[in-house]
Design a protein around this ligand. Structure first.
Ligand code: PLP
Length: 388
């Protein structure tokens, strides 16, 4: 049986998969089971952020796997400790909690906010229309997109929904029960919607005045995507809590919840945990990724972004089926006035992997190490497919 048939027979049908079996990958490229090559302009959904199978990351994984794959969180392990130190050194944080996925990192943030607010009966976390925070029940309740909730109720309560980029809608929701605000600085699944800098600054002021935690979900938009290591640095607005996943392990499953040192006391032994959190092999991969996220690479993100946005506007700006072109760094969306799926298929047939979210937003998450030649190839395919 081929891979597709086996998958259909034995794996729950929870993903709408494209008809493509990927066998191997390197740098910005992936190969299918027939040897055809594709430019991964989607980076495995922002996971293989810099590129695939980066030699320093592969070396780190091999070396650590030969030494210690797992030991449990009942003991100390060096890679997790070093990774936490590096994340704190390069961010606002004083403490890190490691877990395995974006949803779990957000669950950790939700639990932190609830425990922090519990001393005075506060538990509500204000979230935003079109947000996406993951599929576990807490993260799902925080995800203000009703289509994801259908059939899974009752969900945890306490997630009032504000309008994105509208500060008065947030102010109106604050009550004696409010503990925190949770926001993606750039909504990904919601359709590549960047927050306005003034809005994030206003949220910071509001959180300070009303003594709330400001929590950023940086799962999709951090780790170099915006041209800075963390998206909050691009905006110049520092949160109290930041969640990371996707690009952190370069494909290894590792996620983290970062918090200011003042919040260190909130979670103590037994309050939270997960068996694989801070796994030595995943932590070693993440350490290698952080080393690769150098100022030179981040500069490449900003340069490539500027050229891609400029070119997309030049090629597509006047097309009647293109509604808007938007994005920050290498997180770019082209909103169409028609469904995007046929364009995704046409790009794939020409060797370019992209995706579509919210039915009509073509989403580009190119590798951060994208070269000029790769960019030209992608733009030429997009031009051919979208201007037909
Ligand atoms: N938060 C954001 C902003 C995301 O984009 C995603 C996944 O797309 C998640 C959380 C959930 O991450 P995971 O699928 O690793 O649980």
């Amino acid at each position: 049986m081929d891979t597709k048939t086996l998958t259909d027979q034995y794996i729950f049908n929870t993903y709408k998969r494209y008809p493509l079996t990927i066998e191997r990958a390197r740098g910005s490229w992936v190969w299918d089971d027939r040897g055809k090559k594709y430019l991964d302009f989607f980076s495995g959904l922002a996971v293989s952020g810099i590129g695939h199978a980066l030699p320093p990351v592969v070396r780190a994984i091999r070396a650590q796997a030969g030494k210690l794959i797992h030991s449990s969180n009942l003991y100390f392990t060096e890679p997790a400790a070093l990774l936490a130190k590096e994340l704190c050194r390069r961010s606002f944080a004083g403490k890190v909690f490691f877990c395995n996925s974006g949803a779990e990192a957000n669950e950790a943030a939700i639990k932190l906010a609830r425990k922090w607010g519990s001393k005075d009966g506060r538990y509500e976390i204000i979230v935003f229309e079109n947000s996406f925070h993951g599929r576990t029940l807490g993260a799902l309740a925080a995800t203000a997109q009703p289509k994801f909730h259908e059939g899974f109720g009752p969900l945890p309560v306490g997630f009032p929904v504000a309008k994105f980029n509208q500060i008065d809608s947030v102010e109106r929701l604050i009550s004696p029960r409010t503990a925190a605000i949770l926001i993606e600085p750039i909504q990904g699944e919601g359709g590549i919607n960047p927050a306005k800098a003034v809005f994030l600054s206003a949220l910071r002021r509001l959180a300070d005045e009303r003594k709330l935690l400001l929590m950023f979900d940086g799962v999709q938009c951090s780790l170099g995507r915006t041209g800075d290591l963390f998206s909050y640095q691009t905006y110049g607005v520092t949160p109290d809590v930041l969640t990371l996943a996707k690009g952190l392990g370069g494909g290894m499953p590792i996620a983290a919840m970062l918090a200011k040192e003042d919040l260190a006391h909130v979670l103590g032994p037994g309050d939270h945990g997960t068996t694989f959190g801070g796994n030595p092999v995943c932590s070693s991969a993440a350490l290698a990724i952080l080393k690769l996220l150098s100022p030179k690479l981040l500069k490449n993100v900003k340069n490539q972004s500027e050229i891609i946005l400029q070119e997309l506007r030049r090629i597509l700006g006047s097309k009647s089926h293109v509604w808007e072109i938007r994005g920050v760094g290498l997180m770019i969306g082209v909103e169409l006035t028609v469904p995007g799926a046929p364009y995704v298929d046409a790009c794939r047939k020409r060797g370019l992997l992209i995706n579509c979210t919210q039915t009509s937003v073509l989403r580009f998450l190119p590798p951060l190490a994208l070269s000029a030649l790769e960019r030209q190839f992608a733009l030429q395919v997009i031009n051919t497919v979208l201007t037909r």
